[in-house]
Design a protein around this ligand. Structure first.
Ligand code: BMX
Ligand code: ZN
Length: 317
């Protein structure tokens, strides 16, 4: 059996996993990212977590083929440098070099959403697809494109920031500097913002009542809608409309055989998927085709990034 290590570097957690050649995660180790702090300290903790995960799997580093890393921001897979990551405060961070100071193995890096897309492609909801696009609805909206089995990240490794395409000109402010980005509406953060705005506007609503005793999350509007709050339903409908617009744009450009959506908001399952599909199928350019992209919910959850990162050694080769 061959083993690989995948590391998912996030704004909150660093998670390393040992993955076997059948795509099973056999052990994990994690710690807090504790941003902001010096990049070298974060890199050292990532190496530590990789070593810890290998120990937890009762293996030795000699049995590991390589290490792969998924990180938010622009990860240059050729130079091994994280060129930019606003959440982590990284600018031209030589991540591969840092990890190799501690671990003498091949090390590969990719954008986190690209790694998650690759994970879903090798072992999850996009398995068997020829061309797939995966969109993650989390803190941000991440995008990963797989073309004929390979990650497509453009000529400068900055692709595919599907989250930073505008779906509402002069709309809500996005952290990237633009206004009206897909991410500003369809991320969990965007949904929370719209929920808070509705709560302020309708202080007598059930959502407002719920917000008195619990923190507003991406689940609040969906839960309140299920309990009959019409204002919550308005927010959910609005969220679905924006998400469907972003997905339709993506399908019109790429026409993948599978379009996979992942991230925390997808825990809503059919409450999200069915109405989104309905709108997309009405609006997509190829609306009458039998061969329209299949829209599916990601299967691997938070493990997609780890599994995808673990197989980066063969993603672009
Ligand atoms: C942001 C951007 C993407 C990332 C996406 C999803 C940064 C630091 N991040 O759009 O590179 O793929 O968020 O990130 O520029 P997540 O935090 O939601 O997983
Ligand atoms: Zn943006």
């Amino acid at each position: 059996m061959k083993y690989y290590v995948g590391i998912d570097l996030g704004g909150t957690n660093i998670v390393a996993g040992v993955v076997d050649e059948e795509y099973n995660i056999v052990a994990k180790a994690s710690t807090k990212t504790n941003c902001p702090r010096p990049e070298k300290e974060i890199a050292d903790d990532m190496a530590k977590m990789a070593i810890q995960a290998v120990e937890n799997a009762n293996l030795t580093m000699e049995q590991i083929e390589w290490i792969g890393i998924g990180t938010p921001g622009i990860a240059n897979s050729e130079t091994g440098i994280i060129e930019y990551s606003n959440n982590l405060g990284f600018k031209d961070t030589p991540m591969v070099e840092y990890i190799r100071e501690t671990i003498d193995k091949p090390v590969f890096i990719e954008n986190d959403a690209n790694a998650a897309a690759y994970g879903e492609f090798v072992a999850g909801a996009a398995k068997g697809a020829k061309n797939a696009v995966c969109i993650t609805l989390g803190t941000g909206v991440g995008g990963g494109i797989i073309v004929e089995g390979k990650i497509y990240s453009g000529s400068n490794f900055a692709g595919a920031e599907i989250g930073h395409t505008v779906i509402e000109v002069d709309g809500a402010q996005c952290s990237c500097g633009r206004k009206g980005c897909f991410e500003a509406y369809s991320s969990a953060t965007g949904l929370i913002r719209m929920t808070n705005e509705a709560i302020a506007e309708h202080p007598d609503s059930l959502m407002a009542e719920m917000a008195k005793s619990a923190k507003v999350t991406a689940r609040t509007s969906f839960d309140a809608m299920r309990d009959g709050d019409k204002y919550a339903k308005e927010i959910v409908d609005k969220y679905i409309k924006y998400l469907a617009a972003g997905i339709t744009n993506t399908i019109n450009i790429f026409q993948p055989d599978v379009l996979c959506i992942g991230g925390g908001v997808c825990n809503e399952g059919d409450a999200l998927l069915i109405p989104v599909k309905e709108i997309v199928m009405k609006e997509v350019y190829t609306r009458n085709s039998e061969k329209n992209a299949e829209i599916v919910i990601a299967k691997l959850g938070n493990d997609a990034g780890i599994i995808g990162a673990a197989f980066l050694g063969r993603a672009n080769g």
